[in-house]
Design a protein around this ligand. Structure first.
Ligand code: MOS
Length: 734
C-alpha cells in the first residue's frame, strides 16, 4: 500500500482546470495601478532625452533614470549575488547595454493607458558601436570564473598523446542557437507596500531568492519582504533568477504610493529575462578500432552580455560520461551587446549532449561500429572526471530495454537505406544524463483535531507536480490517507526551501517533508504514551506503528487510537512540528546522476526537407519515481522540449540592432500537438540509498537531454547529411 510512486491525479488539478488557481497577475489587490515596461530600441549607447511629450489621461508616473528612486550605493549597479541574483537594469544611469533593456516604467490607472503612454514615450539616444556578430565576438574570449560549481577547464591524462594513439579521430564543431524559455505565463509581479513592508506576488522558481534579492537591492530587511506565488505557469529556468522588472515594480509602487502590477508582454520575454546563448562547441575524439576512446576534448565558446558573465556549462557531461583516459574541456565567453544569458532547460547537458552525442555518432560511422555499441565500449561505472563511483547507474539496462522496445537490432546502418513510402527513414540514438543535485530544505507539519494534516514549505510548483508528490511523501511519512493531507507552498514566510532549478525540488524538499512527517508522528506517539486516557498509555515508542491515520501497538493491534483523537485532547489545538533535511556529504563519496537512453525515428521528405518524428522511446534510471503519472508526463514534456530544440527553436537577432526579430510565439516556433508522434517513456526500477532518503533523482531536466542529438543522428541515418547546427530546419537539408 505504498502511496509514494502511485499514479495519483494532481492535487491541484481541479484548481487549474476550474480557473480557481491564481497566477501572479491575477491576485485581486485594492487600489491597483498598472505598469508597462519600456525597453531600449538600441543595443549600445546612452539615453540623451526621455520624456512623454503628450498628455495621456490616467498616467501616474513615468519612471526613468532622471526621477527614479536612488538605490543604496552598494546595489546601485544592481550587482547581486550570482547565480540567482543578476546584474540588473534599475534605471540608476542612462547607459544602454543591449536592445530590449528596461529603460523606463510607465504607471497608470489602467493597463491600456500605461501601454499607450509607453508607446508615446520619446527617447533620444546617443548610440555607440555594438558587438552583435558572434563570429567577431569569438575573436576576444575570456574564461568565466567557474562553470556552475566546477572548474572552467579540466585536464586528465595527456590529450595530445591520446589523440595520436587512436586509430581514428575526428575534430568537428557544433553550434546551438539562442533559445528563449517562453513559459506560457510570462514574468509578472504585483508589488504592494504597507508602510515598510513589501508584498510581492511574483511568478518565480525561488520564493526565498526573490525575498532576499529584492530586500538587499532596496536596502531593507528580508523580514520586510513577503513573496507569494502559489502557482507558476511554467519556468524553464528564466524564473530562477530575479530580473529587473521585479525590483522596478517595487520601486514604482513606492513612488506612486499604490500597489503596482507589472506584467511582461511576450516581446519583453526576449531580452531582459535571460536566454540560452549561442554555443560553439568543438569536439575532438580519438578511438581504437574496437571503439574504446583514447582521447576526448570539448571546447565551448558561448556569448555573454557586456554587464555580466554567465556560461552555458556544455562540457560538464563530457567530463563524466565515457571512460576516456585522456581529456581536456574548456569554457570561454565572448562579450556581446545582448541580454545576459541564463539557465534554460538543462543548461549545459541539453546543449552539450547535442555536441557530445552527435560526435559519438560520427565517430561510430568512422569506425564502422554500431552507435549503441560504441557507447557500451566506453561504459564506465566510475565518474572518470571526479574519480568517484556513481551512486547508482542503470544506463546499461536503459540501453538494452530502449533498444529492445525500439527495435534497434532491425536497423540497417547504411544511411539512406530505409524508407517508408516516399519518405526517408532514419533511426538515431543518444545518451541522456543530468546530475542529481540536492540542497538544504525545511518543512512543517501540522495535524488538526479533525484528522487533517497540513504540510508547508516555501517551495514552488512550476506546473510539474510539487503539490502532488509532496502530499504523497507527507501521507506516507505520517501514516495517514493521502486525501487527508494538504500541502502549502509558494509563500516566503513558510519554512525555507531552495530554488526549483537544477531538478532539485523533490530531492531537497522531499526529505524535509518526510522528516516533518516522521517528527509529527513521533510527537503524537509521545503524547499518547504519556496520556492515561490513551489506549497506548505506557507503551514504548518503538512498539507503535501508524497507518490510515491511526496509531496502534504492533504486537496487539487492538490497542489503537486515531491521531485525530490524540490531537483533540490537546488543549492548545493542533500539534505542529518543523523539520529540516541536509544533503550531508554524499557528494564527497559518490558521483550522482540520472541516466537515460533515447531512440528516435525520423521521416524526412527529400523534396521538401521536412523532418517529422513519428516515434521516440526514452528509457531512464532516475532513482525512485514519486508519482508514476506526473513523472512520466514530466519526462515526456522534456522530450517534447528536446524535439523543439532539435527542429524548431531559434531566436534570430537583427544583426544591425540586436533585437529579436522573431520575439513572439508566432515566429519563435515550439512544437505543437501536430508535431509530436508517439512518445514512449519507461523508467527503470532503481534503488539508490545515497542520493537522499527518498532515493529520488531529479527528473525535471533529464528528459530534454540527448534528444536533439538523437534526432540529428537519425536525420543523418535517413539522409546521409550531417547537420551540426540546430535547429534542423528544412533549408539545411535541401
Ligand atoms: Mo532549470 S534551467 O535549472 O530551472
Amino acid at each position: 500500500m505504498t502511496i509514494i510512486g502511485a499514479p495519483i491525479n494532481r492535487t491541484d488539478g481541479w484548481a487549474k482546470v476550474s480557473g480557481s488557481a491564481r497566477y501572479s497577475a491575477e491576485h485581486p489587490v485594492a487600489g491597483l495601478a498598472h505598469a508597462y515596461l519600456v525597453t531600449s530600441t538600441i543595443p549600445s549607447g546612452r539615453i540623451k532625452r526621455i520624456a512623454l511629450d503628450t498628455e495621456v489621461p490616467g498616467v501616474l508616473l513615468v519612471m526613468t533614470h532622471e526621477n527614479v528612486l536612488q538605490l543604496p550605493r552598494e546595489t546601485k549597479a544592481g550587482k547581486l549575488a550570482p547565480p540567482i541574483g543578476r546584474v540588473l537594469s534599475l534605471l540608476q544611469d542612462a547607459e544602454v547595454h543591449y536592445n530590449n533593456q528596461p529603460v523606463a516604467v510607465v504607471v497608470a490607472e489602467t493597463f491600456e493607458a500605461a501601454r499607450e503612454a509607453a508607446s508615446r514615450l520619446r527617447i533620444e539616444y546617443e548610440t555607440s558601436p555594438a558587438r552583435l556578430d558572434f563570429e567577431e565576438a569569438k575573436q576576444h574570449v575570456h574564461p568565466p570564473e567557474k562553470v556552475l560549481t566546477q572548474d572552467t577547464d579540466t585536464r586528465r591524462g595527456n590529450l595530445q598523446a591520446g589523440m595520436l594513439s587512436g586509430s581514428t579521430s575526428i575534430d568537428l564543431s557544433y553550434r546551438t542557437p539562442v533559445e528563449h524559455h517562453n513559459p506560457i505565463e510570462p514574468h509578472a509581479t504585483i508589488a504592494a507596500w504597507d508602510g515598510d513592508h513589501l508584498t510581492l506576488y511574483d511568478s518565480t522558481q525561488y520564493m526565498k531568492g526573490v525575498q532576499r534579492t529584492v530586500a538587499s537591492t532596496l536596502g531593507i530587511a528580508p523580514d520586510n519582504v513577503t513573496v507569494l506565488c502559489p502557482y507558476v505557469g511554467g519556468g524553464f529556468g528564466c524564473k530562477g533568477s530575479v530580473w529587473s522588472h521585479v525590483v522596478l515594480a517595487a520601486m514604482a509602487a513606492k513612488m506612486v504610493d499604490r500597489p503596482v502590477k507589472l506584467v511582461l508582454d511576450r516581446t519583453h520575454m526576449f531580452g531582459p529575462v535571460g536566454q540560452r546563448p549561442v554555443t560553439d562547441q568543438r569536439m575532438r575524439l580519438a578511438a581504437m578500432s574496437d571503439g574504446r576512446l583514447t582521447a576526448s576534448a570539448h571546447d565551448t565558446i558561448a556569448y555573454t552580455s557586456m554587464i555580466e558573465d554567465w556560461i552555458e556549462p556544455c562540457g560538464l557531461m563530457t567530463r563524466m560520461m565515457y571512460a576516456s583516459p585522456n581529456q581536456e574541456t574548456t569554457h570561454r565567453l565572448a562579450r556581446m551587446h545582448l541580454g545576459t544569458p541564463t539557465f534554460m532547460r538543462a543548461p549545459g547537458e541539453a546543449s552539450g549532449s547535442f555536441a557530445l552525442e552527435s560526435s559519438m555518432d560520427e565517430l561510430a560511422y568512422e569506425l564502422g561500429i554500431d552507435p549503441l555499441q560504441l557507447r557500451l565500449q566506453n561504459y564506465t561505472e566510475r565518474d572518470p572526471g571526479k574519480d568517484l563511483p556513481f551512486s547508482s547507474k542503470s544506463l546499461r539496462q536503459c540501453y538494452d530495454i530502449g533498444a529492445e522496445r525500439f527495435g534497434w537490432s532491425g536497423r540497417n546502418p547504411q544511411p539512406r537505406s530505409m524508407r517508408a513510402g516516399d519518405k526517408l527513414v532514419g533511426w538515431g540514438m543518444a545518451t541522456a544524463t543530468y546530475p542529481t543535485n540536492r540542497s538544504k530544505g525545511k518543512a512543517s507539519a501540522t495535524l488538526h483535531p479533525d484528522g487533517k494534516a497540513v504540510f508547508r514549505s516555501s517551495t514552488q510548483d512550476l506546473g510539474t507536480g510539487t503539490y502532488t508528490v509532496m502530499t504523497q511523501i507527507a501521507a506516507d511519512a505520517l501514516g495517514v490517507p493521502v486525501e487527508r493531507v494538504s500541502f502549502e507552498l509558494g509563500n516566503s514566510q513558510l519554512p525555507e526551501a531552495p530554488v526549483s532549478g537544477g531538478s532539485t525540488t523533490v530531492a531537497s524538499v522531499g526529505p524535509a517533508v518526510q522528516a516533518a512527517g516522521h517528527a509529527l508522528r513521533l510527537k503524537l506517539v509521545g503524547i499518547a504514551l504519556g496520556d492515561e486516557r490513551s489506549p497506548l498509555f505506557g507503551a514504548l515508542a518503538d512498539e507503535v506503528d501508524a497507518r490510515d491515520g491511526e496509531l496502534f501497538l504492533r504486537a496487539d493491534p487492538s490497542k489503537r487510537e486515531t491521531m485525530a483523537a490524540i490531537v483533540a485532547r490537546q488543549a492548545g489545538g493542533p500539534v505542529e512540528v518543523e523539520a529540516g533535511a541536509d544533503p550531508g556529504d554524499a557528494s564527497k563519496h559518490y558521483s550522482m546522476h540520472a541516466f537515460g537512453a533515447v531512440f528516435v525515428e525520423v521521416h524526412v521528405d527529400e523534396l521538401l526537407g521536412e523532418v517529422r518524428v513519428p516515434r521516440v522511446v526514452g528509457v531512464y534510471g532516475v532513482g525512485k519515481l514519486m508519482n508514476a503519472k506526473t513523472g512520466h508526463s514530466q519526462l515526456m514534456g522534456g522530450i517534447v522540449g528536446g524535439l523543439g530544440m532539435a527542429l524548431f527553436e531559434e531566436t534570430v537577432f537583427d544583426a544591425r540592432n540586436g533585437r529579436a526579430v522573431n520575439g513572439n510565439l508566432a515566429e519563435y516556433h515550439v512544437p505543437v500537438n501536430a508535431d509530436i508522434g508517439r512518445i514512449e517513456v519507461e523508467v527503470m526500477e532503481e534503488d539508490d540509498p545515497h542520493v537522499n532518503p527518498l532515493g529520488a533523482k531529479g527528473i525535471g531536466e533529464i528528459g530534454i537531454t540527448g534528444v536533439a542529438a538523437a534526432v540529428a543522428n537519425a536525420v543523418f541515418h535517413a539522409t546521409g547529411k550531417r547537420i551540426r547546427s540546430l535547429p534542423i530546419t528544412l533549408d539545411k537539408l535541401l
